[in-house]
Design a protein around this ligand. Sequence first.
Ligand code: ADP
Ligand code: MG
Length: 612
Amino acid sequence: MSKKREFQTEVAKLLDIVINSLYSEKHIFLRELISNASDACDKLKYWALTNPDVAKTSGNFKILIKPDEKEQTLTISDNGIGMNEDDLINHIGTIAKSGTADFVNNAKDNGSVVELIGQFGVGFYSAFMVAKKVEIITRKAGEEQAYKWESDGLGGYEISKAKRDSNGTDIKLWLKDDAKDFTDTVYLRHVIRTYSDHIDYPIVLDLGKAGEETVNTASALWTRNKADITDEQYKEFYRHISKNFDDPWLTLHFKAEGSIEYNALLYIPTNAPYDLFQPDRQQSLKLYVNKVFISDKVEGLMPAYLRFVKGVIDSSDLPLNISREMLQQNALLAKIRQGTVSRLLKELQKRAKDYDDYLKFWKAFGVAFKEGIYEDFSNREEVAALSLFASTNDSDKLTTLDEYISRAKPEQKAIYYITGDDVPTLRNNPQLEAFKEKGIEVLLLTDPIDEFWTQTLPTYKTFAVKHISQADMDLKIERKDQKADEGNLKKLTDFMTELFKAEVGKVEISEKLTKSPAALNVAEGQMSIHLERLMRNHQQQTAFASTRILEINPYHPLIIKLSEMISDSQNQPQVEEVSRLILDQAKIAEGEAVSDPSFFAEKMSAYLLKGI
Ligand code: ADP
Ligand code: MG
């Protein structure tokens, strides 16, 4: 009795893309199926640790590749964990990973097929690039009943009961006419050696009458000597464990010795993954204990700000039969984390010496990495030192904090920054005028995360880290130009304070502005306007909106003129109008919306007309 079932919608779409892809590197299906076979052996090995019944059936793991030239088929077999009926339905007919479905719905062109198959862990379906029909015979470890799954990739799939002598899985492919190469043992040997050499289990090629031949090295890559590993092997292993198709930007392989011993093979990808900013911020290193795969979800193995690091950590000092949950509280794990983080930071320090090279890393991962400044208390100075920032410095290169310090004025005691939505707008922010005038550099920070680390890093080396509104050094500019009369200014500020009382807490005279008539600021210690806007955009309640301060420039002709006009009550309507436009301008410079756009547009046009 077999039962016909439909594929989940996303799977059907995915299969449609895979089947019709003209993607030339069809051989990747083999490494995907071998990788699944290897995962299945890993799972059984782990399960056997805690289950004596299962342990009886586990051992002598091997992956068998059997071509049949006459039949035009290729069969990939393993003696791993196997699948029962539920597993077949849930793992083979469904895409479980979040984000994958979205991607499939958006992937139209051939270019994205590679990414689909790699990054999104939809490896099994790549079999349909070469096969017109796929049959799976599988039996789960610890269970008696075997099952057959079959499909042509088009009209759903069927599952029926089957026979298999022991646990494991056979995946049989009926090859398409243009995939006949995959019965050629010379070609198969080549493909397996090139792409699957690092697999920890023997991959055995069935040569028919000529017997069997183990094709790969079959030893865990990370336990081998660095000198015996080629760049290509490192890269292939990276692709295997990360499911990425790019090259690693960083490869770091080392053996730690001392109070705890472990092997680490770590990679930083070249490209950022699609899920870098998913809320769970899960690390994804694979933890092995003495070459037994334990988990790739061990919390605390890598801090969240380094969640993009891929690779393997293998320690024989950790207890083998510990539960994954207990592991997270293990003190040894914290030691491993400290050790690997400090090695990684050291590597980054070396690579940071080459700006163009380092910039690639920074563009892909900098925003996540900066989270370390407030998250990794013990390394925050190192993480800050490795971070790059835009600044008012003339160079178009991003700057480090140390470079900033090297350019600081002799009397300067702080690193100044301003936050906002984008660098070009920030550059023109009126708050920067005095800093420009005095030649003091200011960091231009535009990532939401910048609002947070700046709050938790009070000092860097001997420098305070300060928002420009908190500048305590003397920013007064020597002026020879005309200034508004004190008495008149007082009247104008009183008038504006009353006029704007709903929106602005205070109107102040500022000595820090040069070109602009006015600028918006917040009172010291309050949330910046940019952060407030970020929170608004994320629908967060801003329970305490910061008190706005409107700073006006007493040297600006517009302010001088208004302060002269204010004494004559006849002028009041016009002073009011112009004052409102000045506040609107200050808002625009901060990236805020004007309060009444139609008023603004209408008045602006009217004044422009008078001007020309
Ligand atoms: P991934 O390997 O990223 O999970 P795949 O599409 O390659 O995605 O495989 C989907 C799932 O099918 C696997 O997670 C596993 O549960 C199951 N699977 C595939 N091949 C095997 C196999 N040889 N033995 C046991 N389970 C398998
Ligand atoms: Mg897979």
